[in-house]
Design a binder for this molecule. Structure first.
Ligand code: PLP
Length: 406
């Protein structure tokens, strides 16, 4: 018998349940010919939210000239477009040198943490979070320390909890705003409190702002880096959500604030950017087109726009289910409903997701997949068209009705 090949121990604490075992089960069911309604992933293009035509046409036009590698940080013109974007968001002091292009924000999230962390370094990550952050901290040898976001206060970060969890080993804080999975959008006053803590304790701020244009009800977004000239900030963004082009794998990262004390870290970032050679070149040029062009996400999130209508419908229907409560999202593509534990005494929420899939053919992601500590939440995306969305939530309601009566 040959020796079994084990995975690296570096992966011992690494978890990414959005594409975990429940999705594998859904795929197997689909292969058997069953139709699944997918409320599990923020992949806009597959739900008929096409990317702006201008981006697609430029991508096609550029394709024949984009077969080569570029500079490791990326081409000048799209990086310059990102500089202008940073200026529009009032992030000061950003030059082309401070901009890195990546194969989606995901690659840059992993890179930015790998360049920073030593074994045992702590990073404050929200709970619930977009789980790549927790996974990437662990993979980099760091310890993710979760600070709570408070459902009773519109899912805002609990500043006292953050303060309590800062130790001499804390290197950085992750702020996901607008938030996945809760749909929260943070006010400037709260961001200023986070900046103040970062300033006092010399923490780097990692700002994931990938939904910064996906805003409902006329809300506006403040980049935390615009409030923190004297704190090192790494702001991440990309085309996947606001421009509905996940598959183009186009993201960017901006380093701002006090860079004088970060020379060594920036050297590390440059090294890792060089090692992966460059981001895909067609995607880099798509960034240039997108940031210079018409932002049609505005129509989708305006009153009466498709995303707004679907958000409102999902919110109404979920709120009507006994024992389900949900904070209405101000931004992004998700809701994170709570299941009252008195009515639904769930022990294992992955099992709950399996059962919902098996019984009703609806795919959701369990709350613990977002590092939420209790098995009493789940995440839905409100991307399927209205008919599928109301069908799916109707099935969730039926499933929960059976669950209560067990
Ligand atoms: N950050 C957040 C908060 C996300 O929700 C996602 C994807 O869902 C990403 C980053 C990854 O984005 P990208 O497609 O640019 O890698």
């Amino acid at each position: 018998m040959p020796k079994p090949i084990a995975k690296s121990s570096k992966l011992a604490n690494v978890c990414y349940d959005i594409r975990g075992p429940v999705l594998d089960k859904a795929r197997a069911m689909e292969e058997e010919g069953q139709k699944i309604i997918k409320l599990n992933i923020g992949n806009l293009a597959v739900f008929g939210f096409d990317p702006p035509d201008e981006i697609v046409q430029d991508m096609i036009r550029n394709l024949s000239q984009t077969a080569g590698y570029t500079d490791s940080k990326g081409l000048f013109a799209p990086r310059k477009a990102v500089v202008h974007y940073a200026q529009e968001k009032a992030i000061s002091g950003v030059t082309v040198d401070d901009v890195y292009l990546g194969n989606g924000a995901s690659e840059l999230i992993v890179m930015s943490l790998n360049a920073l962390l030593d074994n045992g370094d702590e990073v404050l990550v929200p709970a619930p979070d977009y789980p790549l952050w927790t996974a990437a901290v662990s993979l980099s040898g760091g310890n993710p320390v979760h600070y709570l976001c408070d459902e009773a206060s519109d899912w805002y970060p609990d500043i006292d909890d953050i303060r309590r969890k800062i130790t001499p080993n804390t290197r950085a804080i992750v702020v996901i705003n607008p938030n996945n999975p809760t749909g929260a959008l943070y006010p400037e006053s709260l961001l200023r409190e986070i900046v103040e803590l970062a300033r006092q304790h010399q923490l780097i701020i990692f700002a994931d702002e990938i939904y910064d244009k996906t805003l409902y009800d006329g809300n506006t977004h403040t980049s935390i880096a615009s409030l923190a000239d004297d704190v090192l900030c790494v702001t991440l963004n990309g085309l996947s959500k606001n421009y509905r082009a996940c598959g183009y794998r186009a993201g960017w990262m901006v380093v701002s604030g006090d860079k004088r004390c970060a020379k060594d870290y920036i050297e590390g970032l440059n090294m890792l950017a060089s090692m992966r050679l460059c981001a895909n070149t067609p995607g880099q040029l798509a960034i240039q087109t997108a940031l210079g062009g018409y932002q049609s996400i505005k129509d989708l999130v305006a009153p009466g726009g498709r995303l707004t209508r679907q958000r409102d419908m999902a919110y109404e229907l979920l709120s009507q289910i006994p024992g389900v409560s949900v904070v209405k999202p101000k931004a992004a593509l998700y809701m994170f409903p709570r299941l009252d534990p008195k009515l639904y005494p769930i022990q294992d929420d992955q099992q709950f997701a399996y059962e919902l899939l098996a019984e009703e053919k609806v795919l959701i992601v369990q709350g613990t997949g977002f590092n939420w500590p209790q098995p009493d939440h789940f995440r839905v995306v409100f991307l399927p068209n209205s008919d599928d969305l109301s069908d799916a939530i109707g099935r969730i309601a039926r499933f929960l009705d059976h669950y209560r009566k067990r």
